[in-house]
Write a protein that binds this ligand. Structure first.
Ligand code: SF4
Length: 271
């Protein structure tokens, strides 16, 4: 049940950092007064859902799950791509805007009191995003407990989880830096998609089929990935990985898409 008096709302994403921020928020405001807000796009790894629920339960805070539905079914990132006739990318992550940011803002407007602290799991490494969010004048106070001294590290968060006997999302052990959207994020680059093919071929196959369907439906030649400024189909990428021409990379996925977008502009360029 939603707390009668909400003293803080955490943007809770299913990742380690947002859980760490949630823990610090519960320590500060009391778990009974904290809401963990999760926007579900329906494409998370099953183990991420396990972590979300288990992590919230261990903290004792209310987990509020919001979902965009159409005809009783989830609206997923590829549905947005079909509806808008755009494949989202690192610059225009309209999937996040439509499925996470807008529903979260609507929920917050309806349920949160003015000046309610909104807790975000940014680390001190994300100081520029923090500065941008601090300038917002939308009636809320944004707090970044991981970026305050003594600067909580991911190692510390793992230690807290070990003490609570909670296993972190399995995707981290597979080398993913973020646990969003089952590793299939439109904001990722070629090397990440190559890694997804190696680590989770069934997830890759889903996206490969969707990309093909999207092109056939829209008549456009837009692709999820680019290689040397040229479009490359996921099916072509798969063949290049199989041939050893493209190697999976472990570079940092440029997506921290929980509810933590600091870019609200959803203006899109023509594709
Ligand atoms: S994780 Fe990536 S694909 Fe999923 S909603 Fe966020 S930006 Fe879109």
């Amino acid at each position: 049940m939603i707390p009668q008096q909400i003293k803080a709302c955490v943007h809770y994403s299913g990742g380690l950092m947002s859980w760490g921020a949630a823990k610090l928020a519960c320590d500060k405001y009391g778990a009974q007064n904290v809401v963990l807000l999760f926007s579900d796009v329906g494409t998370e790894d099953p183990d991420v859902y396990r972590f979300l629920v288990q992590g919230a339960s261990a903290l004792g805070a209310h987990l509020e799950i919001i979902r965009m539905n159409q005809g009783g079914a989830y609206v997923k990132p590829w549905d947005i791509a079909f509806m808008k006739k755009i494949i989202p990318n690192w610059k225009f992550s309209i999937c996040s805007g439509e499925l996470k940011i807008k529903p979260a803002l609507a929920w917050e407007k309806e349920h949160l009191p003015q000046n309610c602290p909104i807790i975000i799991g940014f680390s001190i490494e994300e100081i520029e995003r923090i500065e941008r969010m601090r300038k917002r004048k939308d009636g809320y106070i944004y707090e970044f407990p991981l970026a305050e001294k003594p600067y909580t590290s991911v190692c510390q968060i793992r230690e807290w989880l070990r003490e609570l006997n909670i296993e972190e999302p399995k995707m981290y052990a597979e080398g993913f830096n973020h646990a969003n959207c089952n590793g299939g994020c439109f904001k990722a680059g070629l090397g990440h998609w190559a890694r997804l093919y190696r680590e989770r071929p069934e997830v890759f196959a889903y996206h490969e089929a969707k990309e093909k369907e999207w092109q056939e439906t829209t008549g456009k030649d837009i692709t999820v990935c680019m290689r040397k400024n040229q479009r490359i189909l996921l099916s072509e990428l798969r063949e290049l990985v199989d041939a050893g021409i493209i190697e999976p990379s472990y570079y940092r996925l440029p997506c921290a898409c929980g509810l933590i977008e600091d870019q609200l502009e959803l203006n899109l360029t023509e594709q």
